[in-house]
Design a protein around this ligand. Structure first.
Ligand code: DGJ
Length: 532
């Protein structure tokens, strides 16, 4: 790390950073735990500060605390070696004026498996910056991951961005950085250009296989299976060692290695937490049922089954993030928290954000959740739907509750609720059995039940959400009975609970706490007592 002038150790401690306590990871901003309740703007929004002037207040009014905005290499370094900081400067000012933090998305060599955001001097010089080739001789729209010159140029530009932040963002407006966007190779399972073919002919690096062996049973089952089926070899060509998954593992190793160089150059200037986001392998083994092949999604990108390879090849990357647009939110989250990977969801479907943010934060201690494109004024298809029913209310509620939840996030004292069954489910919390009954069976067009329950004190619980009822029961066979001592609606003013309605009678009959018949999420404080 470079020695920085005029930076006190206190200032360094207040920098945004990740802290690992056992298997929990927290994001600290100004020294305090922070959950990014985010929104990612559309791809082109941050290229015009005038446009952004109208976006900031809208996002602040939606109770976002963080905005995810691209920094485009093509505009940042229009001529080689000449950096233009004006957009970054304006983004910092706009966010600060609206009380928002930023996560910058470095649209460098990769944006959705292609290189559309590389500067013109990169795009047009195919000799210096050769493209990846899905078949020998046919150039793709992406610079090859084996292009040393592009990696060096990308790393230089990224380092310059991070240096600028180090000097000009003493307020820590920027809390994390995404390095590249949905990287990997599209069009074939691996690059077939000349440098790629050369690399494919070289034996698998010993360090990779040794570190995989060290992981033992925690190595992702699909990679482990493919390696085992190929004879569990500790040395050999990519095909000999990895068999059926050779192409994807090969690409993951090299794409991750490229991005490691970029991230490392940036961290040397300013070590903010950094992550890389994945275009998911929808429908391939490990996600749901058979479907997409590497190359249909960017091959070698950080999909869950490539995480171990990525962690070995790119130790400067703090988290591998998932862009979740598909159904199956719960299993995808689970896939992405394997082996201690912190959950970061920089892109999600806006339409289901109100519900899914609760699950991400309460069930998986997410550091960031952000629906994509919520600044779109006119939704024009379901995929890009920017209608976000309840999202502002969910964010508002969580904003009040998070300071109280902070010590418990990532522990067994918080349970997420996200309806994936028609009727009911039970789980254990704080020594009780908790039964959740959903208001309506799952149906397209009807919001699912969602929320959370947090056991924060002695028999004291906060229940948030909508579309369900809650009943606490003693453990089976116990002579003890459990009942409601008090139940209240309310909200937090700072860390002080401000009561609204006191709930009793019809509202808590049969010891049931009701969050049904609510259009928008509500917050309840419940105190229980036990007797025989
Ligand atoms: C995923 C990409 O990462 C985003 O930048 C955006 O292109 C969305 N897809 C939707 O278009």
């Amino acid at each position: 790390m470079k020695k920085e002038k005029n930076v006190t150790s206190g200032a360094i401690k207040r920098r945004p950073r990740l802290e690992r306590i056992g298997n929990r990871v927290r994001l600290l901003v100004d020294g305090k735990p922070f959950v990014a309740l985010g929104a990612e703007v559309q791809n082109s929004s941050a290229s015009d500060l005038g446009h952004m002037a109208g976006v900031w207040p809208r996002l602040a009014a939606m109770h976002c605390n963080t905005v995810l905005v691209p920094v485009y290499w093509e505009l940042f370094e229009p001529d080689e070696g000449r950096y233009d900081f004006s957009l970054v400067r304006g983004l910092l000012a706009g966010a600060r004026a609206n009380g928002l933090r930023l996560i910058l998305l470095w649209f460098g060599t990769w944006k959705n498996g292609q290189s559309a955001y590389t500067p013109a001097w990169v795009k047009q010089d195919l000799r210096r910056f050769p493209r990846g080739q899905p078949e020998p001789g046919r150039n793709s729209r992406a610079v090859s991951a084996f292009c040393e010159a592009c990696c060096a140029a990308d790393a230089r530009a990224f380092a310059s961005l991070m240096h600028y932040l180090c000097v000009h963002d003493r307020a820590h407006t920027v809390i994390m950085v995404q390095v590249e966007n949905e990287p990997g190779f599209l069009g074939a399972a691996r690059d077939h250009g000349v440098p790629a073919e050369k690399a494919f002919a070289v034996p698998v690096p010993a360090g990779l296989v040794e570190k995989m062996a060290d992981l033992g049973a925690s190595l992702h089952p699909e990679v482990r299976g493919s390696w085992k089926n190929a004879g569990s070899r500790m040395a050999g060509t990519w095909t000999e060692v990895f068999g059926a998954m050779a192409d994807e593992v090969f690409m993951a190793w090299h794409v991750a290695g490229y991005i490691e160089r970029v991230a490392c150059a940036g961290k040397t200037e300013y070590p903010l937490p950094m992550f890389v986001n994945a275009w998911l392998n929808y429908g391939s083994a490990g996600a749901a049922s058979g479907g997409q092949q590497p190359g249909d999604y960017p091959s070698g990108g950080p999909v869950a089954r490539m995480h171990d390879i990525w962690r070995i090849a790119a130790p400067s990357i703090d988290a591998l993030a998932s862009d979740i647009y598909s159904p199956g939110f719960k299993p995808i989250c689970l896939d992405f928290v394997r082996n201690g990977n912190p959950l970061i969801i920089p892109e999600a479907h806006a339409h289901t954000a109100a519900a899914n943010v609760f699950w991400a934060v309460a069930a998986h201690n997410a550091l960031c959740f952000a629906p994509f494109g919520v600044d779109r004024p006119h939704p024009w298809s379901m995929f890009f739907h920017s209608d976000t029913p309840g999202m502002a209310e969910s964010y508002k509620l969580l904003t009040g509750l998070l300071p109280i939840l902070a010590p418990h996030l990532g522990t067994e004292r918080i349970r997420g609720i996200l309806q994936t069954v028609d009727k009911s489910e039970t789980f254990a919390l704080d020594g009780f059995g908790v039964t959740i009954e959903y208001e309506t069976p799952l149906k397209d067009g009807i919001q699912p039940g969602y929320g959370l329950i947090a056991a924060v004190g002695q028999r004291e619980y906060y229940i948030a959400g909508r579309g369900f009822t809650v009943r606490f029961d003693p453990p089976a066979g116990s002579p003890t009975q459990v009942d409601i001592l008090s139940a209240e609606d309310g909200r937090f003013h700072g860390t002080k609970w401000v009561r609204a309605r006191r709930l009793n009678g019809d509202d808590t009959n049969d010891k049931i706490i009701r969050l049904q018949f609510e259009e928008l999420p509500v917050l309840r404080r419940v105190v229980l007592y036990t007797h025989t």
